[in-house]
Design a protein around this ligand. Structure first.
Ligand code: PLP
Length: 368
């Protein structure tokens, strides 16, 4: 134990937080950052200007609290999502991580449970601890797929209060079929549980993949969570949002802090959404870089998963840590999620992707 953790252990911390580590994907300042699934393309200058103007307007009234209901932002988000959704169906927060935390505050908490199916997003268990909700680790098949039958059976066995379904799944990249979501929803209906589909990467999905937004109608306890951090290229702005029945947003209002979405955040998101086409223009390029990574990794004898996202998860890596380090020496950071024999890489710009693929090929060659 080092000095700081010794000192920490003296504090009257809640029991369920003892011994935990905070979320900590390394933030290392190297030229090519392909480790946390950001959109690596810089924002178009027109959008940067639009945001600067809108934020300047907001700055003039920062002596006042912001619109607590962020009405204009909810309207723009509803328009963007379509599916006949209105602002009554929309809620937003500081990143979809805060959205998920608010859901746990409203529907989880002491004596309640949340279940997900690993390997999946590493924040779910941490958000569970933070809200004193018991985390139940459901399982996927050996190839990381999750069938409707298996998911529903695990839900019926554990009867969790909340299920998080990550689709496309992080870190494996593949989306769930809508049959999995409806089967889980039916199983959860038997004990009045909430089902959250985390669609952080929805905009990168393959054409054949359907969004759970199409399932919202008539399903009161279904929530679809989205973010502006990935496809929109706005990870630094911290804006996530959800679509659900209006009464679900009323439940969240009971736990949100007043004025949780700052005037600066609202102005940024509004300006961005008014330029949505420019903002999403990079998505096709990112998808083609992703497909290029998948094809090249196969040529290199690795085993990439099907990707509906802006990253590629690949197996067949003999020594993931050595590869991770070898890339880092060349100024390229990717992600080692600690799953044996695998690594994950974000699709970058064309030149970033080329640099990654070339260096990887060298490293694999030198391992033989
Ligand atoms: C990146 C990511 C998010 C987004 O988090 P924000 O708080 O919106 O930046 C949510 N869920 C998953 C699975 C992610 O990978």
């Amino acid at each position: 134990m080092n000095d700081r953790s010794e000192l920490l252990s003296q504090l009257p911390l809640r029991e369920n937080l003892r011994g935990l580590s905070p979320y900590g994907a390394p933030q290392i300042d190297v030229p090519i950052q392909l480790n946390v699934n950001e959109n690596t393309h810089p924002l178009p200058p027109v959008v940067v200007d639009a945001i600067a103007q809108e934020v300047a307007k907001a700055a003039a009234t920062l002596n006042r609290y912001p619109d607590r209901e962020f009405t204009e932002l909810r309207e723009l988000l509803a328009d963007y999502l379509g599916h006949s959704l209105t602002k009554e169906n929309i809620w937003a927060a500081n990143g979809s991580n805060e959205i998920l935390q608010q859901i746990l505050q409203a529907f989880g908490g002491p004596g309640r449970t949340v279940m997900s199916f690993g390997p999946t997003y590493s924040m779910y268990p941490l958000l569970a601890s933070g809200t004193d909700t018991t985390y139940i680790a459901g399982e996927r098949a050996e190839d990381f797929t999750l069938s409707a039958e298996s998911a529903a059976a695990q839900v019926r066995e554990h009867k969790p209060n909340i299920v998080f379904l990550c689709s496309p799944n992080n870190p494996t990249g593949t989306a769930l079929g809508l049959d999995v979501i409806t089967a889980v929803y039916e199983a959860m209906s038997e004990h009045n549980g909430m089902v959250i589909v985390d669609e952080a990467y929805a905009e990168f999905s393959l054409a054949s993949t359907k969004s759970a937004l199409s399932l919202l109608e008539g399903r009161q306890r279904l929530i679809v969570s989205r973010t502006m951090s990935k496809a929109f290229g706005l990870a630094g702005a911290r804006v996530g949002y959800l679509a659900a029945a209006p009464e679900v947003t009323d439940a969240i209002r009971l736990v949100r802090l007043p004025y949780h979405l700052s005037a600066v955040t609202q102005a940024t998101a509004i300006a961005a959404l008014k330029n949505i086409e420019l903002l999403l223009a990079q998505v096709e390029d990112i998808k083609s870089q992703r497909d290029r990574i998948v094809a090249r990794l196969k040529e290199l004898g690795l085993k990439p998963s099907v990707s509906d996202s802006n990253f590629v998860f690949f197996g067949g890596v003999e020594d993931p840590h050595a590869i991770w380090e070898g890339l880092l020496e060349a100024g390229i950071i990717i992600r080692d999620n600690g799953i044996p024999g695998t690594l994950r890489v974000t699709a970058g710009t064309e030149s970033e992707t080329t640099a990654f693929l070339e260096r990887l090929a060298e490293l694999l060659g030198s391992q033989k």
